[in-house]
Every structure is written in C-alpha cells, then in structure tokens.
Design a protein around this ligand. Structure first.
Ligand SMILES: Nc1ncnc2c1ncn2[C@@H]1O[C@H](COP(=O)(O)OP(=O)(O)OP(=O)(O)O)[C@@H](O)[C@H]1O
Length: 260
C-alpha cells in the first residue's frame, strides 16, 4: 500500500482524568475512504481533530507522508492541507455563501477578489450549487448548507499549493438530514473523492448506517479508547466481533455499556 498519508502511532489523549484515546495506532493510505465509527463519546471527533492538527496528542506521534508533525496546523509546517467538514455545516450566518466558502482566501491570501470569486464559483459548481454565492446560509436547506461547507473544505489556494487539501475529514456530515438529503451528501462525498484534479483521501465519522456503508471502503471501530476492529465495509455483516455486532444491531446487550 506504500507510505501512509497520515499515521497515528501510539496516540493517547485525555481530557481531565478521562482517557479518551489510549495508544491508538491508525494509518490512512492515499486515496482511501476510511470510516471511523463507534459508540458516542468514544473519541471519534477527537481523532479527527488530532489528524487535522487542531489539538496535540498527550503521547504518541503523528506522521504526515512519513514526516513527524511537531506542532499544530497553524504553525504552517504540514506538507499538505487537510480540509474539514464539521457537523451541521458551521457557516457564518452573517456572511454570504461566497464569503463563507472563500473565507480563508479573502482573509489570508493576496489574490484579487474577482479571482477568489471565480475559485469559489468553481467549487460551488462541483457541489451542485452554481450561482448561489450571493445567498445567505439562512436561505438554504440543511443539505445545501452542508454542501456549502464541502465547497469550503475543497477550495484550493493557487497562491500556496502546499496548503491544498489532500485529505478531507468529514465529521457526521449527514447528521440531522432526512434520508434523501443524506443520499445526496453521500453521493457527493463519493463524487468528490475523484475529480478531474485527481483523487482525495478521506476519513469520515458517522453514526448513520447508510453513510457508513455508502461512503467508507475500510472501517475502523473505536471503543473504550482503542481500535477494537478494522476491516472492509463488506465484512460488517459477517464479523463475529461482539462490540461490532452490538453496534450494528443496536442491541442493549453486549460489551458496549448503555449510558444513562
Ligand atoms: N475539549 C474538550 N474538553 C473536555 N472534554 C472533551 C473535549 N473534547 C472532547 N471531550 C470529551 O471526550 C470524549 C470524546 O469526545 P468525542 O467528541 O471525540 O467523541 P465522539 O466519539 O466523536 O462522540 P459522538 O459520537 O457523541 O460525537 C467525550 O466524553 C467528550 O465529552
């Protein structure tokens, strides 16, 4: 499989006295679609934030293309960009779609406005929202807002190619959407995986069964701070791992303790 695009080696993370991740090893290879799943509160979003370089591990190492990361993403030393799509879009309501999607370029690049606008229109077309740049998030449906956040995550900076996203992280992108809007988002995630610009690697955190099955090729199942199971999506129904079986059947009986 060659060298991983990103690799976590023995990564641990605690918040206060709660150990969320306990010596986790995880490798994501170029062009892979990896689903990170597991019960609530098990550290899935924390893994995404570690991969994105938004937080640092307490112990262990993170490698990007074989290069050990020493700081956080804002120190600008990572060899490639990571685009992140947060749960429920996380757009600025007071900004237009164009200003939301192009936010970082408007704030931090020296590109002229009309060029940023062109870049933004291009990614809005890629997510199926051409001509919506002057609208406000409140004028869009939940699914459309989520697609705007995809456009923001894939926008490239022609001024600084080292910043361009080679890895996309989706944190519950279909949460709160109806089944049809979810299908639109799942199809879009697959469509964006390979475009005329090349293929992108992604990791997706989701609880929705359809999203797990339709957007992931490989599954990483987290529970109690550890990777409990890894396998192909086709193996979900045949595994005899008790935690996986409980998770997918939704049973209250099994190794996963029911909260509350
Ligand atoms: N910044 C933080 N400060 C304190 N505790 C945190 C912080 N971030 C996460 N946690 C705690 O770490 C645990 C794991 O959180 P995380 O969001 O990674 O879980 P998750 O698996 O994504 O959960 P869910 O499926 O419910 O979204 C939770 O108990 C959460 O309360």
């Amino acid at each position: 499989m060659g060298e991983p695009l990103i690799e976590l080696r023995g990564v641990s993370k605690a918040f206060g006295d709660r150990i969320v991740l306990d010596e986790v090893d995880l490798a994501i290879y170029p062009n892979e679609a990896v689903g990170i799943i597991g019960p609530s509160g098990t550290g899935k979003s924390t893994i995404l934030r570690l991969i994105a370089g938004l937080i640092a591990p307490d112990a262990g190492e993170i490698y990007l293309k074989g290069q050990r990361r020493t700081g956080l993403v804002d120190e600008g030393k990572d060899p490639f960009g990571v685009g992140m799509v947060f749960q429920r879009a996380a757009l600025f309501d007071s900004l237009t779609v164009d200003e939301n999607v192009g936010f970082l370029l408007y704030q931090h690049s020296r590109l002229p406005r009309h060029q940023i606008r062109q870049q933004v229109e291009r990614v809005l077309e890629m997510v199926g929202l051409p001509g919506t740049g002057d609208r406000y998030p409140s004028e869009l449906s939940g699914g459309m807002r989520q697609r705007v956040s995809f456009a923001r995550a894939i926008l490239k900076n022609p001024d600084n190619p080292a910043d361009n996203p080679e890895l996309l992280l989706y944190d519950e992108p279909t949460a709160g959407l109806d089944p049809i809007a979810s299908t639109v988002i799942e199809d879009l995630i697959r469509k964006l995986q390979c475009t005329e610009d090349g293929c992108t690697t992604y990791a997706i955190v989701t609880h929705q069964h359809s999203t797990i099955r339709r957007t992931a090729d490989r599954i990483v199942f987290l529970h109690e701070g550890k990777v409990q199971w890894e396998g192909r999506v086709e193996e979900i129904d045949t595994t005899d791992n008790p935690a996986m079986r409980q998770f997918f059947t939704g049973s209250v009986d099994g190794p996963i303790r029911v909260a509350g």
